[in-house]
Design a protein around this ligand. Structure first.
Ligand SMILES: Cc1ncc(COP(=O)(O)O)c(C=O)c1O
Length: 372
């Protein structure tokens, strides 16, 4: 462990390997007890500096594009599931070299490309028409959804072309009872098809790493299902793997007043935590929210609504104070952008041995190269 004092410059994302490990250990336990396999959803978290730790516990990665599939292959170096809402012919030819399984979103794509899959296992995304998503924006069963095959008759006809199917219909679902009911639903409606297949993926969105989740019941349910249909079950977690494992560390640059006190930090929700803005959620800031000093915490982009939220603090905030935004690993670093040309938060990792690694400091040249 290095004793050198590192001068970290805000803003930066700080990933704690020890917190990641806590989630990974739960996954290890589920894998052992249930026989299920877990592939990391790269759309949620792709910071490959911590893949060496993650790959000890996870079976591989799943992707939403050619580039993610390639990243999984080159940096995670385990099983690669390649899914895309729609492939181009050019991508299919390239993806073969990176993936183990290729998952099509529609029967038309399956029929167009299955002969070019060159020995890869083939899967199809199925839309069971049920969903436990809290947001219409993220609900794969929403009206007119393009995500997955709906018609069961057509699905039965293409069964000889596929090895497995993928369902994804959850979003931060921490309710075991409705997970259990959804497995019963799948068993009832798709059981006959599953007997013909090698594997079934249940996608992401199940919050089995949340405190209090009934992990033993979860394992029992999965094991029974997989034995009943003699099928390998996969999960594709994103958020559940990295939850609570990182912070966005920011500094207050100015405090202004307009009906309330507003602290402006050297970051931006639009540029650095975009998902929160998309889903209209407040950032989680480490304050007990009980003090008598109330502040709006705002970003420094020109967007009027660039606001992290309003919080109470025990003491007055001052220019120069550090503010830590919690739970900053998922759908943040993968979505960060150069809006307003703001400085991009560095990526910093606190390793298991306590040492701090500054993985990447973004510079003006990164901004320029992202534009051209
Ligand atoms: C097909 C698929 N798999 C996995 C995931 C990961 O979901 P989560 O991060 O909620 O676990 C998503 C998220 O949108 C998805 O669309």
């Amino acid at each position: 462990m290095s004793n050198k004092k590192i001068n970290l410059i805000t803003p930066y994302y700080l990933i704690y390997e020890s917190k990641l490990l806590k989630n990974l250990k739960i996954i290890e336990r589920i894998k052992k007890a249930s026989g299920a396999k877990f592939v990391l959803a790269l759309k949620c978290f792709s910071t490959w500096a911590v893949f060496p730790l993650m790959r000890k516990y996870l079976d591989g990665t799943t992707s939403s594009s050619l580039y993610e599939a390639r990243l999984g292959c080159e940096k995670f170096k385990k099983e690669v599931h390649a899914y895309s809402v729609a492939y181009s012919f050019n991508e299919i030819r390239q993806i073969r070299q990176y993936a183990d399984k290729i998952i099509f979103n529609s029967i038309s794509q399956l029929q167009m490309f299955n002969r070019f899959a060159g020995g890869l296992e083939i899967g199809l995304r199925v839309n069971p028409g049920i969903s436990f998503s809290c947001f219409d924006l993220a609900n794969p069963a929403r009206r007119y959804s393009r995500l997955g095959v709906i018609d069961k008759n057509s699905l039965s006809k293409v069964l000889p072309l596929i090895d497995g199917i993928m369902f994804h219909f959850n979003c931060e679902n921490n309710d075991f009872e409705n997970f259990s009911l959804s497995l019963d639903f799948i068993s009832k409606h798709y059981g006959a098809l599953l007997k013909e297949l090698k594997w079934m993926s249940l996608g992401g969105g199940i919050f089995f790493t949340k405190d209090g989740y009934p992990v033993d019941k979860f394992c029992k349910k999965i094991k029974e299902f997989s034995e009943k249909f003699a099928i390998q079950i996969y999960f594709e977690p994103g958020e559940a793997v990295i939850t609570q494992s990182a912070e966005l560390v920011t500094k207050i640059l100015d405090i202004v007043h307009n009906g309330m006190d507003i602290a402006i930090v050297d970051s931006s929700i639009e540029a650095h935590m975009l998902d929160l803005l998309t889903y209209r959620l407040n950032a989680k800031i480490k304050s007990k929210n009980t003090g008598s000093f109330r502040y709006q915490i705002a970003g420094r982009s020109c967007l009027a609504g660039d606001v992290f939220g309003t919080y109470r603090f025990k003491a007055r905030l001052k220019v120069g104070n550090i503010l830590r935004i919690n739970d900053a690993a998922g759908y943040t670093m993968v979505k960060k952008n150069w809006f307003n040309g703001l400085s991009m938060p560095s990526i910093v990792v606190k390793r298991l041995n306590g040492s701090i690694d500054v993985i990447h400091n973004f510079e003006y040249k990164d901004f320029v190269n992202s534009l051209s």
